[in-house]
Design a protein around this ligand. Structure first.
Ligand SMILES: [Zn+2]
Ligand SMILES: [Zn+2]
Length: 300
């Protein structure tokens, strides 16, 4: 089970209802935060999630609405006696920007925090373990910016019905089958591909702060969940190339072209009192669309 919590869904200016951008993906022992807008410490408190659950911080880019919460988050990790090594990933320049954040605040205990920073500047899988991988690619924004995918590994589930014919139920050998290995039981060969059922892993993609580009749908290909910026509705279309943002219609087109299963719109401009028009516009292109709101939780 993958749990997503939206900790901020506004764009440049927060509103009474919407904080600056941040999303938390929780999976097994991992807490993967993508972007850390201002106020994240308090958003986590309200969502009743301990900051110590965060294992990885993925930064899309260093515009304030995506990173102003980092010094506060790091300070709260130290205050909460964070025992892990925080893995920070971000675009080119991340090491320099984080260094300045540490320097800009008087809090000598920062030195107690263990962390690693990895700068990413091309499309690649930058993390992989036996359960999932993380992938990034560049987007076209005013400054170096990344989009990210969380990709759960496919799993093999034991087909107990099939194993009945061999009289095999609970047995340590089942683990081998689940790892794709054939086994011999009572002198009979049991093939893993027959004795297991493939459960495809889930893919979650987050795209924010980008001009429209065909690369976006390619990156999001076959996402179970696409979370995409929808800074404006189509009446601001004339600004997308200049300001390098997406409208709700663009987001829906990316969802459609990428064959994603579900679309959640986020990163809304504070100019809108109601987002009904945006939702309508997106749904006209891609039906399974929803609007994000702060503290919305999704399990997939
Ligand atoms: Zn932004
Ligand atoms: Zn930006």
């Amino acid at each position: 089970m993958i749990t997503l919590t939206f900790l901020g869904t506004s764009s440049m200016l927060p509103t009474k209802e919407r904080n600056h951008s941040s999303l938390l993906i929780q999976y097994q022992n991992e807490g993967i935060m993508i972007d850390c807008g201002e106020g994240v410490q308090r958003q986590l408190k309200i969502a009743e999630i301990s900051s110590c659950k965060i294992t990885k911080l993925l930064i899309t880019h260093f515009h304030g609405d995506h990173v102003l919460g980092i010094p506060g988050l790091l300070q709260s990790l130290v205050a909460n006696d964070y025992q892990r090594t925080l893995q920070i990933y971000g675009p080119k320049g991340t090491k320099e920007y984080i260094k300045h954040m540490f320097k800009g605040i008087i809090f000598k205990e920062f030195r107690r925090l263990k962390y690693n920073i990895t700068e990413l500047n091309s499309a690649k899988v930058f993390y992989k373990d036996k359960n999932f991988s993380l992938k990034c690619a560049n987007v076209n924004h005013a400054i170096p910016t990344l989009m990210y995918s969380f990709i759960e590994n496919d799993k093999l589930k034991i087909n107990l019905d099939y194993l009945k014919r061999f009289g095999l139920k609970m047995h340590p050998l089942l683990g081998k089958l689940q790892h794709g290995k054939d086994i011999i039981y009572n002198g009979k060969k049991i093939k893993s591909d027959k004795a297991t059922i493939k459960k495809p892993g889930k893919k979650i993609t987050l795209i924010t702060d980008s001009a429209p580009s065909p690369t976006l749908a390619k990156f999001a290909k076959d996402s179970d969940l696409l979370i995409c910026e929808s800074t404006w509705s189509s009446h601001m279309e004339h600004l997308v190339e200049k300001r390098k943002h997406l409208t709700s219609r663009h987001a829906a087109e990316i969802a459609k072209k990428s064959h994603s299963k579900k679309l959640i719109l986020t990163h809304f401009s504070q100019r809108y009192k109601s987002l009904d028009e945006m939702l309508k516009e997106a749904k006209a292109v891609f039906k399974n669309t929803e609007l994000a709101r702060d503290f919305m939780k999704i399990e997939i």
